[in-house]
Design a protein around this ligand. Structure first.
Ligand code: PLP
Length: 457
């Protein structure tokens, strides 16, 4: 099928309007971008790249301000599980829009979304709404600290959980700073991170049970919670091995450490979320992205007793508020998105994800390019490696691999396909097998146009 609608004009013309807007942005934003994660694409020289400015989105496609159309696997970092302008979501937003966008009152809309989430996710009996995944993780950590009377948290090397200082530690670990031995150093996420933050975070190695046990033996009685994502995207979408999660839960229980399952991205893997799918029984669950239907959202949920840390209203051990938390517009959009994400739709996107990963690996086999498709269900991430990584350190991209992945990203962009940097994405329910096959074809064409890839080890 033909999906690419990159207009056949000169390179300069193709992105002319985006180039103009990027120039304007450079006078307004540091680096010319207002989200570090949505940077300029390496069209032309990377340092002088162009941000592709979106004009509109419809279904599986997004159109830029120059009229180029892309099949969108980015979906705003996997948020848009139904693609763009999904009729039910738009209708729900429009309906609420007529009645008001935010109030200093609760609305029935928040009850409806809360009930839908409590119904679906076994670990959630009570819930609170927030405005982002970052806030959800922050309040889950605060709750765990208040409940256990401990200050430290444990998290996995390379795993991203938003931008609360403690949750950010070791996100940017690299061979220069992760330590000479196998025990991961807690590395600073930003310049001059307070030492106390680093001391408060115990960094764990994903999938290494013996070492995880040893680290928890040493620090266990100081740790309030373990923050875990069953398939951490930034850590390479490395799948959990064997019974590592079950053992992790056991290790936590024995040490009275609470387990927080961060499902901001991975909720979409199963109808009841990712912990239910992975056999994990977390004390707290954090949510975001998909459950807001494309509007900003976060949520923290858990067992009734655990969530009672946010009560009573006037003197809760952990007060939790937020001007825009549970705003009815988001609640209405979220409910429509969630209702449309039926078991059938979950299976549909998961099947397409399998097809995509399989197709990419067939390209790798046929071309001899060291290309590995990681991920599960509707989420995928490509690595330019010969061996399938099982840890963050194995998944870590060398500078050469990162540069080549960026180029590959640009090649598929030029063919009319959009993914998140360096190279990951999410299938939406409005996609079909034909969309996936067209994307795999674009990857094949792209790797054939990049002969140097075969030289990567
Ligand atoms: C696993 C995970 N947790 C938390 C967050 C933070 O969510 P937000 O960007 O909504 O603050 C993200 C963001 O991508 C994430 O991937």
């Amino acid at each position: 099928m033909t999906v690419h609608a990159i207009r056949v004009v000169s390179e300069e013309d193709r992105f002319r309007h985006s180039a103009d807007l990027t120039r304007r942005a450079r006078a307004l934003y540091p680096s010319g971008v207002t989200r570090v994660s949505v940077g300029t694409a390496p069209i032309g020289a990377y340092e002088d790249g162009i941000s592709i400015y979106a004009q509109s989105g419809s279904g599986a496609f997004v159109e830029d301000v120059d009229g180029n159309r892309y099949l969108d696997f980015h979906n705003n970092f996997s948020t848009l599980v139904h693609g763009h302008a999904h009729p039910a979501v738009i209708q729900a937003i429009q309906g609420q829009l007529q009645r008001g966008v935010c109030f200093g009152n609760p609305t029935e809309a928040d009850l409806d979304l809360a009930a839908a989430l409590c119904d679906r996710i076994p670990a959630i009996e009570r819930i609170r709404f927030l405005n982002s995944g970052t806030e959800a993780v922050m309040f889950a950590i605060k709750a765990a600290r208040a409940i256990t009377g401990r200050r430290k948290i444990a998290k996995f090397e390379g795993a991203f959980h938003g931008t609360y200082d403690w949750a950010e530690v070791s996100v940017r670990s690299n061979p220069e700073n992760w330590g000479k031995g196998a025990v991961p150093h807690s590395t600073p996420p930003y310049l001059n991170t307070p030492d106390q933050v680093l001391r408060d975070v115990v960094t764990l190695p994903f999938n290494d049970l013996a070492l995880t046990r040893a680290i928890l033996d040493e620090h266990g009685d100081e740790i309030a919670c373990i923050l875990v994502d069953v398939m951490p995207c930034a850590a390479g979408m490395v799948p959990v091995l064997g019974d590592y999660l079950a053992n992790l839960q056991e290790l936590a229980r024995h040490r009275d450490i609470l387990v927080i399952s961060d499902e901001v991205v991975c909720f979409r893997l199963g109808y009841s979320g990712s912990s239910a799918l992975a056999g994990l029984d977390p004390d707290l669950v954090t949510l975001g992205k998909v459950i807001g239907g494309g509007l900003p959202i976060g949520a923290v949920g858990g067992k009734q007793q655990i969530l009672s840390i946010f009560a009573p209203q006037d003197r809760a051990p952990v007060p939790q508020g937020g001007t825009f938390s549970a705003n009815p517009l988001t609640m209405a959009a979220g409910l429509a998105a969630l209702n449309g994400y039926s078991t059938g739709q979950v299976e549909h996107v998961n099947r397409l994800g399998d097809r995509l990963r399989q197709g990419v690996e067939e390209v790798a086999n046929a071309t001899g390019v060291p290309l590995i498709a990681m991920g599960a269900g509707s989420l995928f991430r490509l690595h330019l490696k010969r061996r399938r990584p099982t840890t963050y350190r194995e998944a870590f991209a060398s500078p050469k691999e990162s540069e080549a992945l960026r180029r590959l990203n640009t090649f598929v962009l030029m063919r009319g396909f959009q993914v998140a940097f360096p190279f990951w994405g999410a299938v939406s329910t409005v996609m079909s097998e034909a969309h996936i096959d067209a994307f795999v074809d674009a990857i094949r064409e792209s790797v054939l146009a990049m002969p140097d890839l075969r030289g990567l080890q």
